[in-house]
Design a protein around this ligand. Sequence first.
Ligand SMILES: *Cc1c(COP(=O)(O)O)cnc(C)c1O
Length: 421
Amino acid sequence: MIKKPFIDPAPLRTIAAQFPTPFHLYDEKGIRETARALHKAFAWNRGFREFFAVKANPNPAILRILREEGCGADCSSLTELMLAERVGFSGRDIMFSSNATPAEEFRLARRLGATINLDDFTHIDYLERHAGLPDTLCCRFNPGGTFRLGNDIMDQPGEAKYGFTRAQLAAGFIILRQKGVRTFGLHAFLASNTSGNAYYPALAGILFQTAVDLKRETGIAVSSINLSGGIGIPYHPDQDPCDITVIGEGVRAAYEAILEPEGMGDVAIHTELGRYLLGPHGCLVATAIHEKHTYKEYIGLDACAANLMRPAMYGSYHHITVSGKDDLPCDHRYDVTGSLCENNDKFAIDRLLPPIEPGDLLVIHDTGAHGYSMGYNYNGKLRSAEVLLRADGSVEQIRRAETPRDYFATLDLTGLFDDLG
Ligand SMILES: *Cc1c(COP(=O)(O)O)cnc(C)c1O
């Protein structure tokens, strides 16, 4: 398949003339369309709610768009909670799915009326001591072992730090009921960036059956089941996108087969998607500033892994389009690099691309989720701006680029940097 950027070369030139590269660019129209498709796919479930995983893209302008589309917010830290509140999410609009949680974060979540998703059995006690127990609680399940879909090993929950064991879930529910909790939820996140349409239905099957068994064992029927994140996107042109309609119907089939016969046909389905909603609707725009001919051919960009960590951290593929050169043959083999003093600072290795000259604009695809937000300041590199392409074609800077003053702001260097203004 051919992967085209959501922005054409001519308008991209105009945007890059207004906002210096590098910057992340987001596509409002695409974000809204994906949110609507998700809601449509799960419209069969009366209580359905998507709580967008704020860590994937914590920009207020993006969160406002998702709020307008009916999404809630899934937070896991103090600042994510603060952000969600200030953007206008309140109470039940907020899931708090954290782990190793500090007391002050539980206290803020309680104050906001967020739905707390407890990560561990011992957190029952910790939450009660530090913030008090709410009426409603969700518990995160970790089935342990290996999670397979058919013959494929998807992930190793037994090696993951998250969640209650199965035995802890039953014991925890009973203790929580004794302590006055009245409404229960069940949550699990077993595999990340999954491809195909089978993950959510399989996870739903596990969680639905667990909910039925827990009801038999404890008499407690959960009100909501949270399938969390994990639906992937086609980073590589050879990958097919997930079909959210098929996924929604797959979850529905499991719901009708497992929950409804047990009189649990009123359970609300919740999701906490990040990557699926936002990933394809962002890109990192950078300028080629160097070409280097040594043992390999290198193109040096004005962006680096500080702007997009996934290739360096996970070896992830991110497709690259040389803007305006779509029609040229991809007959040049390049390593496309950033400027960090780390040899893993490469956006692509041995990638076949059209001939690149300094000044060319490169579009690095699929940075809308876990892109900017994973950025860091290594080598004193500054975080980029974020720009929103509005549905009406206008553009808006929704976060300015960092300046050296921002970088030095946490130091006490009285008098040293006064010339920065
Ligand atoms: C990261 C995360 C998500 C979102 O995951 P995606 O892969 O972006 O869909 C959802 N829930 C929790 C608890 C997470 O940690």
